[in-house]
Ligand binder design. Structure first.
Ligand code: SF4
Length: 388
């Protein structure tokens, strides 16, 4: 299935060219048969898919029940909406409550409950909250609404942060004075390290995030793989990508190696997107950040550099100390640390549904609870999927 390889011990990916080839059922069945044969009689293995898009892709493609029973896949903290702490949602709501402020953010965040309400509920009460598809849309809103301060709630990982940096530099070129960003961006490798160093989790390898790694490059996991002797494979999002990634992780486990390999070679390089990295570093600097479920992780967030601080919403406004708390019944924190699966949460599907979410993992399109609700619990729920 894999050919041996090229530079840095990385194996070549399968030479598939078209979308339907990545979904070839016959090939998938042959790989699954091989996987089962290889895993038979071996100790159980647990791999974590870091990225929320992987979580959803595994469910959507129906792979999960087909995998060998000794191979367990658990979801990690790779959904940017899900890892946003309640206190940050509360701050976003506080911005929206200020006079002459227009809050703009991505759709998934609108319905995430904060301590007392969500942005969508605030909007229903009259706050000016708009859904945008990009940070550039928020800049346009600032151009069209000179009487308002447009605060863009910047959530996302290394895939999103460069686009926000580009929007900030664009706003600078336009001379906009009424545009700012509440930066709740996060970077993934420190969170992966926090998971491993916590000792809460027994893991045999990471399916590393494909999209994030197109920006940061595979080299970003090298220290992690070496320090924790943890196999890392950067994987694409099609069913055969995921099977191939699992195959590569298993080969590493069986051979006792722990290195970084790229399965998703059509999108990922060792160095990543250097231009995007430069743009991100031009505007942002590493800063500590609070993650839902993982707490404060050193240098896992992005704050404005001094030269760009005029675009920092937290500098433009004096945000008071807010009395933030998370819903005591919601177990999103445990789900994000991979120590609880959604059906083990007492609220799952009873009082917590996509229509009435108690936590972000049920709201977000990349959330693990939402994915279990749609695809896994009692089988696929296509009717519900269509509704949401
Ligand atoms: S099922 Fe709902 S309440 Fe439970 S962890 Fe998931 S989002 Fe939170």
């Amino acid at each position: 299935m894999v050919s041996k390889n090229s530079s840095r011990g990385v194996r070549q990916p399968m030479s598939l060219k078209y979308m339907d080839e990545f979904r070839d059922g016959g090939l998938a069945r042959r790989i699954l048969t091989k996987l089962k044969k290889q895993c038979s009689g071996r100790a159980p293995m647990r791999f974590m898919e870091i990225c929320g898009t992987h979580t959803v892709a595994v469910f959507r493609s129906g792979l999960r029940p087909l995998l060998p029973s000794s191979l367990e896949l658990i979801s990690g903290p790779g959904c940017p909406v899900c890892v946003t702490a309640s206190e940050d949602i509360d701050k976003a709501i506080w911005f929206a409550s200020q006079p002459h402020v227009l809050v703009a953010t991505f759709g998934d965040l609108l319905r995430v409950p904060g301590s007392r309400a969500s942005l969508a509920q605030e909007r229903a009460q009259g706050a000016d909250v708009r859904m945008v598809y990009s940070a550039m849309d928020a800049v346009e809103l600032a151009q069209e609404n000179h009487d308002k301060e447009v605060v863009f709630i910047g959530i996302g990982f290394e895939t999103t942060a460069p686009t926000v940096a580009a929007a900030v530099t664009h706003a600078e070129r336009l001379g906009l004075k009424n545009f700012s960003v509440f930066s709740v961006h996060k970077v993934l490798p420190p969170a992966m390290e926090a998971l491993l160093s916590s000792g809460d989790l027994r893991l045999d390898g990471f399916l590393c995030p494909g999209h994030v790694t197109t920006v940061i490059g595979a080299k970003a996991y090298e220290a992690l793989a070496a320090r924790y002797h943890m196999p890392c494979v950067i994987t694409g999002f099609e069913p055969l990508d995921i099977l191939h990634g699992l195959w590569m992780l298993i080969q590493q486990r069986f051979s006792g190696t722990a290195r970084v390999e790229i399965q998703y070679r059509r999108g990922v390089t060792w160095e990543g997107n250097v231009a995007a990295q430069r743009l991100m570093a031009q505007v942002f600097r590493p800063a500590d950040a609070v993650w839902r479920g993982l707490g404060r992780i050193p240098l896992s967030g992005l704050a404005f550099r001094d030269e760009w601080v005029r675009f920092d919403a937290t500098q433009k406004f004096q945000v008071p100390q807010l009395d933030s708390r998370e819903d005591p019944g919601c177990r999103c924190g445990d789900v994000l640390r991979g120590v609880l699966s959604p059906p083990q949460c007492p609220l799952f599907r009873k009082v917590c549904t996509p229509q009435s979410p108690k936590g972000p993992c049920m709201v977000s399109s990349e959330g693990t609870c939402g994915a279990y609700f749609k695809y896994a619990y009692d089988g696929p729920n296509l009717e519900e999927e269509e509704k949401y």
